[in-house]
Write a new protein. Structure first.
Length: 224
């Protein structure tokens, strides 16, 4: 079958992704050695950025540009946990199955005839659905599911998402140490920027400007 063929599966993975996985300008050629000398630790944040020159260990295009957390480190790959949002509305049934909105399996204003349940599908055809004692669905919309994937080190890079946070923590510790030495209590909470302070304009003369009344005779004479 087509799915069993590894060549066809690779084509499906790279289909229509030439621009997405293209190397940037003047960044083609041999991969620098610094890529392989990076050290990743469990718990760090990394950015998944696919390198189109390396087909091994390439993640799906959905994870390209996502930020995740390292949960495993292997010999030549990194385990990254990325959040994936399930859009379109997912209905989780009590029998443990998930069905998406828009499919013929989802009930949309069903009605009963002789104890059987019927519904109007998207094609406008009435079809027998299930008995009235079937499980009731529980809607779960925009569900965020943590996904754990393994990608090679060529496709990940250290993330800078916590740089501002770490600098702020270091600055707050310094301010707390200075306040403790002075015996003063301070608050390191971030406050919203308030309005600009008001000021009084002085040394100016007020000139009142009024419109000139319109005169028809003066206009005919060419006075305006």
């Amino acid at each position: 079958s087509q799915l069993a063929n590894p060549k066809s599966s690779k084509k499906q993975k790279l289909n229509k992704n030439a621009n997405l996985f293209a190397r940037p300008f003047r960044r083609k050629g041999v991969i620098p050695i610094s890529t392989y000398l990076r050290t990743f630790h469990v718990g760090e944040y990394v950015d998944v950025k696919v390198n189109g020159a390396i087909h091994k260990g390439m993640p799906h295009k959905f994870y390209h540009g996502r930020t995740g957390r390292v949960w495993n480190v292997t010999k030549c790959a990194i385990g990254v946990e990325v959040n994936k949002q399930r859009g379109g509305g997912v209905e989780l049934w009590k029998d443990g199955k998930e069905r998406r909105n828009g499919s013929c399996e989802l009930p949309q204003k069903p009605f009963y005839i002789n104890g059987l349940r019927y519904l109007l599908t998207k094609q406008g055809i009435l079809s027998s659905f299930f008995p009235s004692k079937s499980p009731v669905p529980h809607k779960v919309r925009n569900k965020i599911i943590p996904k754990r994937i393994h990608v090679r080190i060529e496709h990940v890079q250290p993330s800078r998402c916590q740089e501002d946070f770490k600098l702020r923590v270091k600055k707050n510790d310094q301010l707390k140490a200075e306040a403790k030495a002075k015996g003063v209590k301070i608050s390191t909470k971030r406050q919203p920027e308030g309005p600009k302070p008001g000021f009084l304009v002085e040394g100016t003369t007020i000139e009142t400007v009024t419109p000139i009344p319109y005169d028809v005779t003066n206009d005919l004479k060419g006075g305006y």
